[in-house]
Design a binder for this molecule. Sequence first.
Ligand SMILES: NC(=O)c1ccc[n+]([C@@H]2O[C@H](COP(=O)([O-])OP(=O)(O)OC[C@H]3O[C@@H](n4cnc5c(N)ncnc54)[C@H](OP(=O)(O)O)[C@@H]3O)[C@@H](O)[C@H]2O)c1
Length: 324
Amino acid sequence: MKAIQISKNGGPEVLEIKDIKLSKPKEDEVTIEHKAIGLNYIDTYHRSGLYPLKLPSGIGAEGAGIIKEIGSNVKEFKVGDKVSYAGMPLGAYSTHRNYPTKNIVKVPDGIDLEVAATLMTKGLTTFYLLHKTYPVKSGQTILFHAAAGGVGQIFGQWAKSLGCKVIGTVGSDEKISKAKSYGYDEVINYNKENFSKKVLEITAEKGVPVVYDGVGKNTFEGSLNCLEIRGMMVSFGNASGPLSDVNVPKLLQPKGLYLVRPSMQHYLGTKKQIEEGAKLLFEKIETGKIKIEIFKKYSLDNVVEAHKDLESRKILGPAIIVPN
Ligand SMILES: NC(=O)c1ccc[n+]([C@@H]2O[C@H](COP(=O)([O-])OP(=O)(O)OC[C@H]3O[C@@H](n4cnc5c(N)ncnc54)[C@H](OP(=O)(O)O)[C@@H]3O)[C@@H](O)[C@H]2O)c1
């Protein structure tokens, strides 16, 4: 098998392709031949060291493929099943891998494996953000940052299907029409306009009940300014850099705000939770409420370029790595 590994943290150049002999799956594992691998911003945090790993390490947290072999305890999957997964252990950037069945779901016949590889991280994150962290109600106006990105493409459509008015932000004018096509009602270029001012204008100075902020450092305070009294700040990522310590009396107290910093493992830590989210997500895809437009496909040989594109904000929508 071929796999991407890192032996030190750093820029995209630390991603190295290796030939590796794959062992037999352990008793609760299956061997998956990847047909597609999800490219996620979190992969750059693992690579750079923002989220520390024990090195050397594989990389990549999301994949879809066909089961080639099963461990001795595995009952719910068989050779030939179409499956997808997200989560630890890392190592999705590979042609084949062994993976524990705990995080794996079967992919319905109507869903292509390339599409499935975009869903388990970005789609299940959207599921827990909109249904669990702050369960939105029809008619609410909500704000999501980086609306033309990978999570952004699914989030806009999902929030719209729940009856929300969705405001999105983007970093360039060319991303505005993309975000609109993903369901966002209002799109603000936050590199040109003061997004807080604009959100208050759109909401007649009331503010929004919730902001979903995956951009982090550059948007944090502006996001708090967009919230109504007792609003909720959902800080779920740090594409522009990690947050510094939060000054509670200055930033949260004046409006009695809530602040949450969720991760997938807080909401998708059990098989039951993953299956609940995946069922809803697959239904949204099968009924056409969410359409996936894959922005770009990379090969394992050009993952360095993929990471450069991610970090220079060139990726509009979900991207995947096709290993063969
Ligand atoms: N907590 C969780 O469970 C969880 C799960 C999945 C993803 N996430 C987070 O969700 C966010 C989106 O993930 P994704 O994989 O879909 O990535 P993505 O949105 O496709 O890419 C990140 C986007 O962030 C924006 N951005 C703003 N400032 C940036 C900067 N200084 N450098 C680079 N990008 C910047 C860019 O969009 P513009 O050019 O439009 O600004 C960029 O395209 C990430 O923060 C990720 O960590 C969190």
